[in-house]
Design a protein around this ligand. Structure first.
Ligand SMILES: NC(=O)c1ccc[n+]([C@@H]2O[C@H](COP(=O)([O-])OP(=O)(O)OC[C@H]3O[C@@H](n4cnc5c(N)ncnc54)[C@H](O)[C@@H]3O)[C@@H](O)[C@H]2O)c1
Length: 146
């Protein structure tokens, strides 16, 4: 069973973060530059206090009469953050994402932020796992019946 640690070993253990008082525009620039769909929001003590996703931007800026250059991240971030651990499986991540309608899960290790898993990471891992299972089954069938 593929775990969060396996997925991080594949994609990298870095977690891109931003402070709650930075402006939304700064977050958008960082997300565009690094190719990220979300940033974890941390306070001065590196405590996770929220997450800012493309969806927060899409739904809470123009539609609510705000402007990204003067709106602080804390005004639009999602404050309810669901995290996972190294041992959490890809299936458990997928279930949590589906249940909570979220696409990014911060990873917690020893009380500290240790990476981010996205829905794309989970899909890639699950598809890879299924491919191996199919190949093994094909080899088994070929070996048995030829
Ligand atoms: N080829 C790959 O290995 C791969 C993996 C994941 C996603 N994608 C593609 O990226 C696009 C969007 O993916 P998505 O919806 O999963 O989300 P996304 O655009 O947020 O994720 C892209 C990658 O950045 C990472 N990431 C995002 N926010 C991060 C953060 N704050 N700190 C550290 N890493 C962070 C994700 O884990 C993922 O690996 C899709 O087109 C998807 O197919 C490709």
């Amino acid at each position: 069973m593929i775990t969060v640690k396996d997925m991080l070993d594949q994609k990298g253990h870095s977690a891109w973060t931003i402070g709650p008082d930075a402006k939304v525009l700064e977050a958008l620039e960082l997300m565009a530059k690094k190719g990220l769909g979300a940033l974890v929001v941390v306070d001065k003590g590196d405590e996770v206090i929220g997450i800012l996703s493309e969806r927060d931007y899409a739904r809470k800026i123009i539609l609510m009469g705000r402007h990204s250059e003067d709106t602080p991240i804390k005004d639009i971030m999602t404050k309810e953050v669901y995290g996972v651990h190294y041992e959490t499986t890809a299936d458990e991540c997928m279930a949590l994402m589906t249940d909570k309608h979220i696409r990014h899960l911060p990873v917690c290790k020893d009380g500290k932020l240790a990476g981010v898993i996205s829905i794309g990471d989970v899909v890639k891992a699950v598809i890879g796992q299924q491919k191996v299972t199919i190949e093994n089954l094909e080899n088994y069938i070929m070996g048995k019946y030829q």
